[in-house]
Design a protein around this ligand. Structure first.
Ligand code: NAD
Length: 503
């Protein structure tokens, strides 16, 4: 029996919680009915933040502000260089506040501080990339339509965008959307998760400080039904950019359909890492542990299914288990922590329920599987489950916790079948020294990203998104700004028009 985790109380625990007001039309405001939401640190158990809680009236005010800023404000009409300058200034300000923002995300989400720093650093890079793209956005021209015609295709900002984000990467995910929408000249209403809104409010302040005109970005804290739903159905909103669960994504798409809004959906995943006997098994074992337990498995990209060749399964799993034993679980604010707290006790119960159900379905808990005793917060032991078969819920559903399910194969066809036998299609990994094997898997896995002899790397240059029920559309990459535009075709005719219809 291990000693209980000893979680140190940070200085924030003895101070009053930080408070955040809504950002509407460049002003900080309370909600009209004075309601607030509180967020406790899942790693420590004290109240970290208190936000003004928006409702339908605040959605109306925020959408109206974004609409006015779009219709009559300077933002969509500015030169791209001017928009880029503001995005670059924002990136510098984010970088200057990196430590504070990382600490807020670690406190509110329970993620390890060292990892949070990496995410905010990654976000800075994305803001800079989006600023560069602002200046490359362009349309097309057609001078091949005859002497009298010139066709011009403009890219115009689509309008007001509703941006809705989840709790697992609070600052990073808003940074995969907002800077590209802004680069295109759009205006936005942003709703972070009700559990992790603080860093998005800090971003709002940074944007105002960087010189963003009032009303271009409006930020609302609140619940999905009260705030997210009207942000999707509002007639003045032209596009919805949503990241979250497939379940809510489907509801959001259905609601957006009533006014035929454009939607971009980044949803759940049930990603497989396939390991062949000729792989660098030391690197593959490390990636298996990383894929399974990074961000406590609360990650759309988690490599939650380890699909390993039968011939090496026993030895490989021994190596994975030995590495798992070295994963430091504990205080999110400790620099050495690799796996922090679970987002909520409800979620921990749900994840633990999957482990219990897997055991009664016939699989075996090979490592972990228990909630860890601690003086504060809620922590789950990184868990490996063996003898999983494709029909089990643990192999099919997104568990969203530190739980690695192990399935085995004997042929490449079977490995591909297992990898694809899920309604999701976000990402996959393949480990082999053979280019033929890697290429065959990479070409035949139905997912938006395939990592070959590496796992879960990300770059702003590379598009990211899901096949099947993992999403719709792509974020990042060189077309990320185009996604927030409409195309307008203009046909110029010179001289007297010939070929009269009646005449
Ligand atoms: P969630 O779907 O419960 O919530 C996401 C957001 O939607 C939150 O802000 C929530 O308040 C809001 N929401 C809830 N109900 C709504 C409604 N009726 N209308 C509009 N908005 C509503 O997801 P979560 O639990 O916050 O996040 C975890 C999920 O997100 C996982 O499924 C994970 O895979 C997914 N995710 C996907 C990616 C990706 O890039 N594909 C990245 C991160 C997380």
């Amino acid at each position: 029996m291990n000693a209980p985790l000893n979680i140190a109380m940070p200085v924030e625990a003895s101070a009053a919680p930080k408070t955040y007001q809504l950002l509407i039309d460049g002003k900080h405001v309370e909600s009209r009915d004075g309601r607030t939401l509180e967020r406790s640190s899942p790693g420590h158990g004290f109240t970290v933040s208190r936000y003004a809680q928006a409702g339908e009236a605040e959605v109306e005010a925020a959408v109206q502000a974004a609409h006015n800023a779009f219709e009559t404000g300077p933002w969509p009409r500015m030169k791209a260089t001017e928009r880029a300058a503001i995005l670059l200034k924002a990136a510098d300000l984010i970088e200057a506040q990196l430590e504070d923002i990382a600490r807020l995300d670690a406190l509110e989400s329970g993620k390890p501080i060292a990892q949070a720093r990496g995410e905010i650093g990654g976000a800075v890079d994305i803001w800079r990339y989006a600023a560069a793209l602002a200046r490359t956005l362009h349309g097309e021209s057609y001078a091949n339509l005859g002497d009298a015609m010139l066709g011009v295709v403009l890219r115009e900002p689509i309008g007001v965008v509703s941006i809705i984000t989840p709790w697992n990467f609070p600052f990073l995910i808003v940074s995969q959307k907002l800077p590209f929408a802004l680069a295109a000249g759009c205006t936005a209403v942003v709703k972070p998760s009700e559990m992790t809104s603080a860093s998005t409010f800090v971003l709002g302040d940074i944007l105002m400080q960087a010189g963003l005109p009032n009303g271009v970005v409006n930020i609302l804290a609140g619940l999905g039904g009260d705030v997210g739903a009207p942000m999707v159905s509002h007639p003045l909103v032209e596009m919805v950019s949503f990241t979250g669960s497939t379940r809510v994504g489907k509801m959001t798409m259905a609601s957006a359909a009533s006014s035929l809004k454009k939607v971009s959906m980044e949803l759940g995943g049930k990603n497989g890492q396939i390991v062949f006997p000729d792989a660098d098994l030391t690197a593959a074992a490390d990636a298996a542990v990383f894929g399974g337990f990074f961000n406590a498995g609360e990650c759309c990209n988690a490599g939650s299914r380890l699909i390993v060749h039968k011939a090496i399964a026993d030895d490989f799993l021994l190596a994975v288990k030995a590495l798992t034993a070295k994963v430091t679980v504990g205080d999110p604010l400790d620099d050495r922590t690799k796996v922090g707290a679970m987002i909520s006790s409800d979620h921990l119960t749900k994840v633990a329920g999957y482990v219990t159900a897997a055991a009664s379905d016939g699989s075996s808990v090979y490592s972990g599987g228990k909630q860890l005793a601690s003086n504060a917060g809620q922590y789950l032991d990184p868990t490996i489950i063996r003898d999983v078969t494709e029909d089990m819920a643990i192999a099919r559903e997104e568990v969203f916790g530190p739980v690695l399910s192990v399935l085995t194969f004997e042929s490449i066809e079977k490995a591909l079948h297992i990898a694809n036998n899920t309604p999701y299609g976000l990402s996959a990994g393949v480990w082999s020294a053979s280019i033929d094997t890697c290429m065959l898997v990479a070409r035949n896995v139905r997912s938006g990203t395939v990592w070959v002899n590496t796992f879960m790397e990300g770059y702003p240059e590379l598009p990211f998104g899901g096949y099947k029920q993992s999403g719709l559309g792509r974020e990042l990459g060189k077309r990320a700004v185009e996604d927030y535009t409409e195309e307008k075709t203009i046909q110029f005719h010179r001289g007297q028009r010939t070929g009269w219809w009646v005449g």
